[in-house]
Each structure stands twice: as C-alpha cells, then as structure tokens.
Design a protein around this ligand. Sequence first.
Ligand SMILES: [Zn+2]
Length: 348
Amino acid sequence: MELLKRLSETPGVAGREERVRELIEKELAGVVDEFHVDAMGNLTAVKKAGKDGAPRAMIAAHMDEIGFYVRHIDDKGFIRLQRVGGFDPRNLFARQVTVHASISGEELIGVMNPAGKPIHISTAEERGKVPELDAFYVDLGLKADDVRAQVRVGDMVTLNQQFVDLGAVVTGKALDDRAGCWVLIETLKRLDDPAFEVHGVFTVQEEVGLRGALTGAYRVEPHVGIALDTTLAVDTPDIGEHLRVTQLGKGVGLKVMDSSAISTRWLLDEFIALAEKHGVEYQLEVLPLGGTDAGAIQRTRTGVPSITLSTPSRYVHTVTEMVAKSDLEAEVTLLTAFLQEGTDRLDP
Ligand SMILES: [Zn+2]
C-alpha cells in the first residue's frame, strides 16, 4: 500500500499528469520491455508476449485526478477557479488545497470556501442553499501583489488529503483512478510470458472526456481493450439496495454498461467464466451515469472488443474515496489470469 499512498498523494489534474507519469515510469523500470510517451502525455508500458504474433491487449488506467486551474486573481488576492472534472460542491467546503505556483515554483497551501457569510451571521435560507461551483475561491493568506508575483492564470490547484491505511480498506484522494494505476502496475509486475503483447497505457485527461485513451488506443491498435477504473460502491446508509451499483469488499466489478460503453458481450462472458474458474470474487455492474476509457477504446478505428474492470469505491469524487484491499487483489488476480491465459476468440 506504500505505492498506492504515493500514487494517491502525488498531484496531477487533467492536463498536468507529469509527476504521476514520472512516478509510474520509475516504478516500472526493469519490469516492462519498453516505454513510450505520446504527444498527449499518455505513458505506454509494453510487456512482450511469450510467443511471436500474439494479439495486443491495451490495458488503460487514467493518471489524472479531478481538480482546478487558476482562472482569476482578484484585487484582494483571492483566487477564482476553473474546475477540471466533476465535483459536487457539497464536498468542497473548508478544504485545504495546494496552488502549484508556476512563477515562483512554490507549492502554496491555501484554503477553499464558497463566497458568502459565515454561519453566525447568515439567515436560515442562506444556510440551506448549496453554492454553485463558481462561488468557490482559494485564500492563500497573501496580499494580491504577493499572489500575482507567484501565481499565474492556468496554474494547477489540487485538493490536499493524506492517504490512510485503515486495515481492510484505504482512504484518500484521487483513488479514482490511482487505484487503477496501482492495479495495472501490480499486474505488469506479475506477468510472465503473457499470451498477449500487453500495452499498459497510463492515460491522461480521462476526467474531461476520455481524451488520452482516444489517442493511446489509436497508436496501440489493440485487439482487445480493458479499462481499469473505480466505480460507485453505494452500500452506505439511507440509500436503497436497488441503487447499489457495487458494494465495497464484494470483489472486482465486471462492467456490463455505463453511459460511455456497453461492454463487448463475449468479453464479459469470458471474464465471468474466468472469475469462476479461479474462484475470484466478482460483481456485475450497471452504472447509469459515468464513463471510463473503455468508451474511447471500443470506438477506436474499426472498433475494439472492450470491457471495464472496476474497483468499487465509496465517496467517489471526494478526497475521502475508499477502496477495499480485497477488491484490488481480486482485480489483479483476474486481470493477470486473463493476460496470461489469453482467449480463443482472438487467435490470429
Ligand atoms: Zn476514473
């Protein structure tokens, strides 16, 4: 979990994934046969197959996290933000953030709050309203001149949160999708003469519309595509069982569909059969709204058989995302088995 802690705490909003990419490249040095970084910033780590002429599998996990860019610095030094990715404003009150100041090169700690009155002097009606995302600003505690001497429009702002290992589960920021990055790294380490030529693609800009996976898949030209991403574990209080999607600790999620893709049926059937053969705990997942890199891979060129393996996560898109170690292990076991054993459906 030490690796997942580092992945979680490394800042990298969509478009600024370079530090996450460096970390992963270091971690996989000597493990894979080659690396490639494309113009978008996707990192592809290739593990050669056991024999020549093997089909190519693209396994995608996105490096980017949801966050912000500086949009405006006002005359008092308060910073207004542009969001990158889907935030729920209810989760953004009283947050500690880091402004990655490009002029000074400093990492400036600040606090984020919505514009408006403190509780003591607000009316009941004002307190009942959830502010729009646009209302949130960052206070660095500095004068405007100090801020402007260090920070520029377009600088990255990330939410701060320490990663914590709670035993059976872990919690922290950006587990969407650093958990997927962890699963991919761990799988690449375990592969030994796989049945596929395995292209582990650590993608960029997933949170703003699956952008990295699009160019990554075009380059790899995979015969099969697998996205690794978190999904909703809705097993928390006061939510009906029919809205569950998945549950924490009940195994790897096998995606049937979401709003970006309907998983290729034979691939889903193969993963179900493989999970049963190896005794890997799994849960079938239907997600009404949301997408993964599989949505981009599946529609590349003339189409690619694709599926998503999901990590169930509570509190998705907050800094207190929570995933279960047993689900991560189930995912690595199943993915490794698939890549080692291959599939008859793709024999050239
Ligand atoms: Zn994600």
